[in-house]
Design a protein around this ligand. Structure first.
Ligand code: CMC
Length: 429
């Protein structure tokens, strides 16, 4: 007999089913609670609420574990490529050689954007935030690829997924080129995914540009580490929008917008801004730590803390090593890195951070690496979006294929006025 949880509400006792995940995670299924008792559950910020079951990514925040489809992130970081990882997330298993070649070729064939899309860039202000451009242009894809309702397991959906994976680097590099007034660089389909992106970012028609293999390798690693992270804010947004049966381009646009905020993907940009401010001010690391601890100050140490990881962020551990290696290989000595290291050491020894289990997260090191790669600070979150895309797609697909899926529609506890009178405008005070 399956386990149940007994809930007592006044005189009423009800049994609620317990759902056990494949890693023995347990959840009380409250979906029948309102029908049986009239009560709903309230959980601000979803601190304790499972919004769905999912077979894509497993995280154990206490033990610092992250696995895509069962495979540890450390193994994928060492052995995989971004497109292979994307296939794994989206299709549920590692591809065979033929499957990978087929998938890679499909992505290659769709890297160009419609020439008319390029004109949209002319309308954006030169100083537009690249995340705003990214979201707008991705949204515009649904004007070029219009179809009636797309079935979850259809060729059409598969094509739209490939289009997104193929075009996002082109769109992102275009946003950068626009910001510096250089011409767009067309994709080069003989190049690998990462090489092609770096070429579109940094080459110009005027000069030969050879992509540095160290940069390609580092980008591959960064994208793999960001590729999925189960029900985070942007991914939940993608699932939420998909649940209304909006098209995939619309759902991914919503995910990009959700990622933009500084509490989520926008933190990598804020980390560099914080380190630059620290360097410019000349203030001690201790002063910034004290500010972060001060309840009267709104300041937080950007790149520290995580809703799920309460031990260490396994992605940050891999990136810390990659960061040291990259800077050594590129012979870069960056004073910001020295400040970052000092900050990390000081925070890890401080009881405030220890008690609250606040450790450096993925954004702490990714910002420093992007800076070393000459990616402009304002484009950091765009890089996060490039990495997270396969995860968003995998979740939209998983949601679409779920038998009996429902529109996501949370409830609320209303705290506004009770029945109120409509007062004519002249009588209002
Ligand atoms: N600096 C100083 N204090 C902090 C920080 C920080 N970075 N993060 C959390 N705290 C404190 C917070 O004030 C609270 O203290 P108290 O219990 O005394 O009220 C306690 O730690 C718990 O924090 P919380 O805000 O309730 O935790 P949360 O799970 O709601 O928020 C977070 C997680 C990531 C939004 C938050 O830690 C934060 O704002 N960090 C800085 C932004 C950042 O680096 N975000 C990137 C997250 S990783 C990439 C991604 O997944 O998007």
């Amino acid at each position: 007999m399956s386990e149940t949880a007994e809930l007592k509400l006044g005189d009423q006792k009800i049994d609620l089913p317990i759902i056990v995940g494949s890693e023995q995670e347990k959840a009380v299924d409250v979906s029948s609670l309102r029908a049986k008792t009239g009560f709903i559950t309230l959980d601000n910020g979803y601190m304790n609420t499972g919004a769905c079951t999912s077979a894509i990514t497993f995280i154990d925040g206490e033990r610092g574990i992250l696995r895509y489809r069962g495979i540890p992130i450390e193994v994928l970081a060492e052995k995989s490529t971004f497109l292979e990882t994307a296939y794994l997330l989206i299709e549920g298993k590692l591809p065979t050689q033929d499957q990978l070649e087929n998938f890679t070729n499909r992505v290659r064939r769709h890297t160009m954007i419609h020439e008319d899309i390029k004109r949209f860039y002319d309308g954006f202000p030169r100083d537009a935030h690249p995340m705003a451009i990214l979201a707008s242009v991705v949204s515009s894809l649904s004007t070029f690829y219009q179809h009636e309702e797309v079935r979850p397991d259809s060729e059409q959906l598969s094509l739209d997924m490939v289009r997104l994976l193929a075009k996002l680097p082109t769109i992102a590099a275009g946003a950068y080129k626009k910001s510096i007034g250089q011409p767009f660089v067309y994709p080069q389909n003989h190049m690998s995914y990462c090489e092609n992106f770096l070429h579109m970012m940094f080459s110009t028609p005027a000069e030969r540009y050879d992509v540095d293999p160290v940069m390609t390798e580092t980008l591959n690693l960064l994208l793999i580490l960001h590729a999925d992270h189960e029900q985070n804010c942007s991914t939940s947004t993608v699932r939420m929008v998909s649940s209304s049966k909006a098209n995939l381009f619309a759902a991914i646009t919503a995910g990009i917008c959700a990622l933009w905020g500084p509490r989520h993907g926008g933190a990598n940009e804020e980390v560099i801004d914080m380190l630059l401010e620290m360097r410019a001010s000349g203030d001690s690391v201790k002063k910034y730590i004290d500010r972060a601890k001060d309840k009267n100050s709104k300041f937080k140490l950007m790149g520290f803390g995580h809703r799920v990881y309460k031990n260490f962020d396994p992605r940050a551990k891999i990136l810390k090593a990659a960061c040291d290696k990259l800077l050594a290989r590129m012979k870069i000595s960056d004073p910001l890195l020295d400040i970052a290291k000092e900050l990390e050491e000081a925070a890890l020894k401080d009881s405030y951070f220890i008690e609250r289990k606040l450790y450096p997260n993925v954004d702490f090191y990714s910002g420093i690496i992007y800076k070393a790669m000459n990616i402009p600070t304002r484009a950091f979150t765009v890089m996060f979006a490039l990495g997270r895309l396969p995860g968003w797609i995998a979740h939209a697909k998983e949601y679409g294929e779920e038998v009996g899926n429902k529109i996501n529609r949370p409830r609320q506890v209303y705290t506004g006025p009770t029945l109120a009178e409509y007062i004519p405008i002249n009588n209002r005070v």
